[in-house]
Design a protein around this ligand. Structure first.
Ligand SMILES: Cc1cc2nc3c(=O)[nH]c(=O)nc-3n(C[C@H](O)[C@H](O)[C@H](O)COP(=O)(O)OP(=O)(O)OC[C@H]3O[C@@H](n4cnc5c(N)ncnc54)[C@H](O)[C@@H]3O)c2cc1C
Length: 563
C-alpha cells in the first residue's frame, strides 16, 4: 500500500514544550516574603499546592473550565423556577482544591499568627492555575469580617463558611458541609456610588427584611449567601440574603441572565432581581457602607494578590519560553533587547509579590488588633490596588508578546486567558479613579495612616535612593493632606506604591533586583511627560532598563525549568 506523504512535509522544530510539571511555589520573592511575615510553617503546604498548580492535569481543568461556559437554568423540567447555574466538572474540581486547601474563609478559624499570610500565598499560587474561580473564593474569604457585625448570623454561618468542605448545590445552608458567599452592591444606575442603590428593604416584623429590586452585577450567583446593600427605612443597610431559606424553600432571588463578558469564561456573573426576598440586617441599619467596607477591604487585598499572580505567571511563561526558543541561532532571552524586556517584567513581578505579601502580613496583624498595621493597610492597600492592578494588563500584554504569534494562540499557553482577565482587578471593588481617591480619603480621614506609611518607608533609610524617594514622598504627602488634590490622586497612589516597593526591595531583595528597580523606577517620571525624549521610569514600555545592571541575576528569579 502506498503511504500518504501529506503529513510528512516537514520536521517540527524550535517549538517550546508546554510549561507543565513545575512547582509554582518555587518563587524566591514569594517564599522570602512568607518567611518574613511569620508563616514559614506553611511552606510545605505552599509547595504541595504549587506542584498541583503546575501539573498538566490542573492546566487541563483550567482550560476546560474556560471553554465550557457556565449555563443558566432558570426552570426545571416541570416549569418551576430554579435559577441554578450549571458548571463544567472541571470548575468543581478547581473549587474543591481551593476550598480543601483553605483558600476561602479558613484562616478566620485558624488562630495561628500568619494564617492570613499563608492563605494569601496560597491564593497567589493557585490563581496561577486558574483565575476565574478565585472570585467566589475571595468573596467567601471577605464575607466573614462583615458578617461578624451580626453575632447571631456569624455564629450560625461562620463555621460553615470556614469549613474546608466544598458542597455545591441548591440546598438550605444549614444542612450543607460548607458554604460560599457572594456580594451584590452594584446596580444599573451605578456601582461606585452605591448610595444611589434603589433596592428597598421593608421590615417584615420578625427581625428580617424583604428586599425588592435588582443588582446589575452579582458574580458567582450559585453562592449560598450574599451580602447585599439595600435601602431600609433607616438608610442604606447591609443584609445577608440566603439563596435557599432555612426551611429549604428557594428565596425570591431570580437570576435574569448571565453576562457575556470579557475575561475568564469559567465564572458566572449574573444580573439578579429580588421580589420580597428574605434577608437579615448585618451591622447597624443605615450603616451599610461602613459595614460592607470590611468585605471590600479584604477583596481589595485579593485583587492585589490576584494581579501579582497574573504578573508572576505571565513573566514565568515569557522568560521560560524565551530561554528555550531560538531566533537567529541564539535563545531569545540572550538577545539583548529581549534580555531587557524579560528582566524588566521580572522586576515588576518581584515588586508586586513583595508588596502584596507585605500587605497580607499587615492584614494578618490588623485582624489581631495591631493598630499601626491597620493604619498602614488603610492607605497602602488602595494605593497598591490602584497601581499594581492597573499595570497588570500592560505587563501581561508585554509578556504575551515575548511568545510572538504563539502568545496569541489559545491552546499554546494560558497567556491569552491571563491577558483577557487582567483588567478585571482594576475595575471591581473600586475602579482606578475611585481607588486612587480612596488613598486621599485615607490620608485626610485617618491621619495615622500617613505616619504608618512613612515609618515603613523609613525602615529602608540605609539605602540612599530609597531614602531620597521617601523624602520626596514625605513632601508630597504634606501637600496632599492640606488640599483637595483629586486630579493628582492617581499620581499620588502611584508614587506611594512605587516608593513602598522600592523600599521593600531595598531591604529584602537581592542587590541586582533592588538596584535595577530603584534605578529604573525612582527619580525619573516617565508618566508625567515632563521629561523629554525616551526615558526609563514606570510610565514607559518595558525593556528600557539603564545600562550596567546584572540582568542575568534578575532573570534567574523567573526562568523556570519543568521537572
Ligand atoms: C466581571 C465583573 C464582575 C463583577 N462582580 C460584581 C459582584 O459580584 N458584585 C458587585 O456588587 N459588583 C460586581 N461588579 C461591579 C463592579 O464592582 C463595578 O462595575 C465597579 O464598582 C464600577 O461601578 P460601575 O460599573 O457602575 O461604574 P461607574 O461607577 O459608573 O464608574 C465608571 C467610571 O467612572 C469612574 N468614577 C466613578 N466615580 C468617580 C469619581 N468620583 N471621580 C472620578 N471618576 C469616577 C470609575 O473609576 C469608572 O472608571 C463586577 C464587575 C465586573 C466587570
Amino acid at each position: 500500500m502506498t503511504q500518504s506523504r501529506r503529513h510528512a512535509t516537514h520536521e517540527v522544530l524550535n517549538q517550546v514544550p508546554p510549561l507543565v510539571g513545575y512547582d509554582v511555589a518555587d518563587d524566591a520573592a514569594l517564599l522570602g516574603a512568607v518567611r518574613r511575615e511569620g508563616c514559614d510553617w506553611a511552606e510545605s503546604e505552599l509547595h504541595e499546592l504549587g506542584l498541583l498548580a503546575g501539573t498538566a492535569a490542573t492546566q487541563e481543568q483550567a482550560r476546560l473550565a474556560n471553554v465550557s461556559k457556565p449555563v443558566l437554568r432558570t426552570h426545571d423540567s416541570r416549569g418551576y423556577r430554579i435559577d441554578e447555574v450549571d458548571f463544567h466538572p472541571s470548575w468543581h474540581q478547581l473549587m474543591g482544591t481551593a476550598v480543601s486547601h483553605g483558600l476561602h474563609a479558613a484562616p478566620w478559624a485558624d488562630g495561628r499568627p500568619g494564617a492570613h499570610v499563608a492563605r494569601a500565598a496560597k491564593f497567589l499560587i493557585w490563581t496561577q492555575a486558574e483565575a476565574g474561580h478565585g472570585c467566589p473564593i475571595s468573596m467567601t474569604y471577605a464575607s466573614v469580617p462583615a458578617l461578624r457585625h451580626n453575632q447571631d448570623l456569624a455564629a450560625r454561618y461562620e463555621p460553615l463558611l470556614t469549613s474546608v468542605s466544598y458542597d455545591p448545590g441548591l440546598r438550605a445552608p444549614e444542612g450543607k458541609a460548607g458554604l460560599l458567599a457572594g456580594m451584590a452592591m452594584t446596580e444599573k444606575q451605578g456601582g461606585s456610588d452605591v448610595r444611589a442603590n434603589t433596592t428597598t428593604a421593608a421590615p417584615a416584623g420578625d427581625g428580617s427584611y424583604l428586599l425588592t429590586g435588582h443588582k446589575w452585577f452579582c458574580s458567582a450567583p450559585m453562592c449560598d449567601l450574599f451580602l447585599v446593600l439595600a435601602q431600609a427605612p433607616e438608610g442604606l443597610t447591609c443584609f445577608l440574603l440566603p439563596r435557599v431559606l432555612p426551611d429549604g424553600s428557594r428565596n425570591a432571588m431570580y437570576i435574569q441572565r448571565l453576562k457575556d463578558k470579557l475575561g475568564n469564561c469559567s465564572n458566572a456573573s449574573a444580573e439578579v432581581e429580588y421580589d420580597a426576598a428574605v434577608a437579615w440586617p448585618v451591622g447597624e441599619p443605615g450603616r451599610g457602607v461602613p459595614t460592607i467596607i470590611n468585605m471590600v477591604s479584604a477583596t481589595r487585598l485579593d485583587c492585589v494578590l490576584g494581579s501579582a499572580a497574573a504578573i508572576r505567571q505571565a513573566t514565568v511563561i515569557a522568560a521560560s519560553y524565551a530561554s528555550l526558543r531560538q531566533a537567529f541561532g541564539t535563545p531569545l532571552i540572550d538577545h539583548p533587547a529581549m534580555t531587557g524586556v524579560t528582566a524588566d517584567l521580572t522586576l515588576e513581578s518581584e515588586a508586586a509579590t513583595t508588596l502584596a505579601i507585605r500587605l497580607a502580613g499587615a492584614a494578618d496583624r490588623a485582624a489581631r488588633g495591631d493598630a499601626a498595621e491597620a493604619a498602614l493597610l488603610r492607605v497602602a492597600l488602595p494605593a497598591a490596588k490602584y497601581w499594581i492592578c492597573k499595570r497588570t494588563p500592560m505587563i501581561t500584554a508585554e509578556a504575551l508578546e515575548c511568545l510572538g504569534g504563539n502568545g496569541y494562540v489559545e491552546d499554546y499557553s494560558p497567556m491569552p486567558r491571563v491577558l483577557r482577565d487582567s483588567p478585571l482587578n482594576s475595575i471591581w471593588e473600586g475602579s482606578g479613579n475611585v481607588t486612587a481617591l480612596d488613598v486621599l480619603r485615607a490620608l485626610t480621614r485617618t491621619p495615622d495612616s500617613a505616619d504608618a506609611l512613612l515609618a515603613e518607608i523609613d525602615l529602608a533609610g540605609g539605602d540612599p535612593r530609597a531614602a531620597a524617594a521617601g523624602a520626596s514622598l514625605r513632601e508630597v504627602l504634606k501637600e496632599a493632606q492640606g488640599q483637595d488634590g483629586q486630579r493628582q490622586a492617581r499620581r499620588l497612589a502611584g508614587q506611594i506604591t512605587v516608593t513602598l516597593q522600592a523600599c521593600l526591595l531595598a531591604r529584602y531583595a537581592p542587590a541586582p533586583i533592588s538596584d535595577a528597580f530603584s534605578s529604573s523606577r525612582l527619580g525619573t517620571d516617565g508618566a508625567s511627560g515632563s521629561s523629554p525624549g525616551p526615558v526609563t521610569g514606570p510610565g514607559t514600555p518595558f525593556g528600557s532598563l539603564p545600562d550596567g545592571l546584572d540582568l542575568a541575576a534578575i532573570l534567574a528569579r523567573s526562568v523556570v525549568t519543568a521537572r
